[in-house]
Design a protein around this ligand. Structure first.
Ligand SMILES: Cc1cc2nc3c(=O)[nH]c(=O)nc-3n(C[C@H](O)[C@H](O)[C@H](O)COP(=O)(O)O)c2cc1C
Length: 188
């Protein structure tokens, strides 16, 4: 049995270090996790006016989440909070009212920053939102990645042994968390 993991990259940057981090995480993850990116850059800005008739991009997002067993958020911190593009995607997925795509969904949060405190504050904002959305978050380990030049190559190769071990452990714990949540709350 494999688990389908949908993952958000919270950055629209063509040179995103969080995308680089995502490649490392996928390389280091247990073999029974399969990954599909959930794109956010094609979504219009959410408005309740769309609730009666979602645009195809937003419908596709909700369908992709429904096809996932778990969601992984890999995001930078913008001004000590959630990047707007990611928050917009979450808002789309959480609506229309009563059709919240994150309800009971196993989830985890990780992020990379060029700064020393590595997305710690932004992740707290994201966790608060996911909490309201009733996602079943992994609370530990936390992972705040200070991504210095050369630490991870573009293809996701991690050049530091302790970082590789930490990220491997994070993904192993995530797999355990997903299995635990789905044992108690199987996906419909
Ligand atoms: C609008 C904006 C706000 C930012 N705010 C923060 C911040 O609050 N904390 C932080 O550590 N870095 C901040 N940064 C720097 C990011 O860590 C850096 O740009 C990083 O490369 C973003 O991740 P990405 O490459 O995946 O897009 C900010 C960058 C931008 C563009």
């Amino acid at each position: 049995m494999t688990y389908q993991v949908g993952y958000f990259i919270g950055s629209l940057s063509s040179t995103s270090i969080n995308r680089t981090l995502s490649r490392a995480l996928i390389r280091l993850a247990p073999d029974d996790l399969e990954f599909t990116e959930l794109p956010i850059g094609n979504l219009p800005l959410y408005s309740p006016d769309f609730d009666a008739d979602y645009p195809p991009e937003a419908t596709a997002l909700k369908e992709a989440i429904a096809a996932s067993d778990a969601i992984l958020f890999i995001s930078p911190e913008y001004n000590r909070s959630i990047p707007g593009a990611l928050k917009n995607a979450i808002d789309w997925a959480s609506r229309p009212w009563g059709q919240n795509s994150f309800d009971h969904m196993p989830a985890a949060v990780i992020g990379a920053s060029i700064g020393q405190i590595g997305t710690a504050v932004g992740q707290q904002s994201l966790r608060a939102v996911l909490s309201f959305c009733n996602a079943r978050q992994m609370t530990a380990p936390e992972a705040y990645i200070h991504l210095t030049p050369g630490l991870i190559d573009d293809d996701g190769t991690v050049n530091d042994e302790s970082t590789a071990a930490f990220l491997t452990d994070f993904m192993s714990e995530f797999r355990t968390h997903v299995a635990r949540v789905l044992t108690v709350i199987p996906r419909a």
